[in-house]
Design a binder for this molecule. Structure first.
Ligand code: SF4
Length: 342
């Protein structure tokens, strides 16, 4: 069940006076939407609440003054109305602007203001023709909005179309459905299609350990059973997960359910989202601490996305430097040691 209006929200979650005011004010600009399931998760978790409920900072011109609608210039790199081609070997297909849950930190918040759209069949065919004509493209990212909310027949047209292109080796689906509405993942026709499409990898989007519920685990297990590797992308969000303790719990929790932490994105400077921004310095400090605590298999790439379309740059805390013909390193315990460069 999808909930969009304040009265229904209040039936599930008790709002303070300020939250109610913010809801009324902010939704004039940026709408609200949640599944009943995720609203219940938010009622038990302050961090999830912060990602879900509107806050006045979203529309505060002072807070948002450095934000841009499309800081990564996705619109500028479009080759068809739904396909962006930036890296030589990869393309992005944005299939819809519809999501069951609207995350307040969304980097495509600009699309919330558009009329609802879902990719039409002829645009699917056009995207497929473009990829056929560009054989260097081996990796297709399907994103949204929520691609797993598309009608299964539409998703089938796209996935089976991509399966038939020999030069395409990987099809990644970016989805938050296992986190925000896990029951919807457990549809036989959807899981069957993912298996049949063969090339599919799933990129989920857990940001906080409170989101790893028994229901979410079951959804991830079902996706793994359907033969899709499951990786996770997290966004570093102020007041939600910007501490080593929280991210350690998140990444360990994901590894336990066999979901590989893949990216930790620095929060992009998006209009309406700036209040979630931390500094890059803070992100690197957290990462340094994580390397002291957990195995690299549970540590994602921390990456910034270059403004204007420069692409992603993975960052590592600097733990070495060259001194003459030696390197000086810092161990996970903070000890310093050297090795000759030979
Ligand atoms: S699910 Fe993804 S696209 Fe949809 S609102 Fe959340 S972050 Fe944005």
């Amino acid at each position: 069940m999808i909930i969009k209006d304040l009265d229904r929200v209040k039936e599930v979650i008790r709002l303070s006076k300020e939250e109610e005011e913010a809801f009324k004010e902010v939704t004039k600009v940026y709408p609200f939407s949640s599944s009943l399931y995720y609203l219940k998760v938010a009622s038990r978790s302050d961090a999830v609440r912060k990602m879900l409920l509107p806050s006045l900072e979203e529309v505060d011109p002072e807070v948002q003054k450095f934000g841009q609608d499309d800081p990564l210039n996705e619109e500028g790199d479009k080759k068809t109305p739904f396909l962006t081609h930036r890296y030589p070997d990869r393309v992005l297909i944005v299939t819809t602007n519809q999501c069951p849950v609207l995350c307040r930190y969304c980097m495509r918040k600009r699309n919330w203001k558009l009329k609802p759209f879902v990719i039409e069949d002829r645009e699917i065919d056009r995207a497929i023709e473009y990829i056929k004509g560009n054989p260097k493209v081996r990796d297709v990212l399907i994103s949204g909005g929520e691609p797993l909310s598309l009608p299964v027949e539409k998703l089938e047209r796209l996935l089976i179309g991509l399966k038939r292109i020999e030069t395409v080796e990987v099809v990644r689906i970016g989805t938050r459905l296992p986190v925000v509405d896990p029951e919807k993942v457990l549809r036989e026709e959807l899981l069957g299609l993912i298996e049949k499409a063969e090339k599919v990898w799933i990129n989920t989007h857990f940001n906080h350990p409170d989101e790893i519920t028994p229901e979410a685990k079951e959804a991830c297990r079902a996706l793994l059973k359907s033969s899709a590797p499951v990786n996770n992308q997290t966004v570093l969000l102020k007041g939600v997960n910007d501490s080593a303790d929280t991210l350690e719990r998140l990444f360990r929790g994901l590894q336990k359910i066999k979901v590989r932490p893949y990216y930790l994105f620095h929060c992009d400077p998006v209009k309406g989202v700036m209040h979630f921004s931390t500094t890059i310095t803070k992100g690197l400090e957290i990462l340094r601490e994580l390397f002291r605590r957990i195995s690299p298999l549970a540590i994602p790439y921390y990456a910034v996305d270059g403004l204007g379309g420069y692409g992603k740059v993975p960052l590592l805390p600097k733990r070495f430097k060259k001194v003459g013909d030696h390197y000086t390193f810092e161990s996970f315990k903070g000890e310093i040691f050297t090795m000759a460069d030979r």
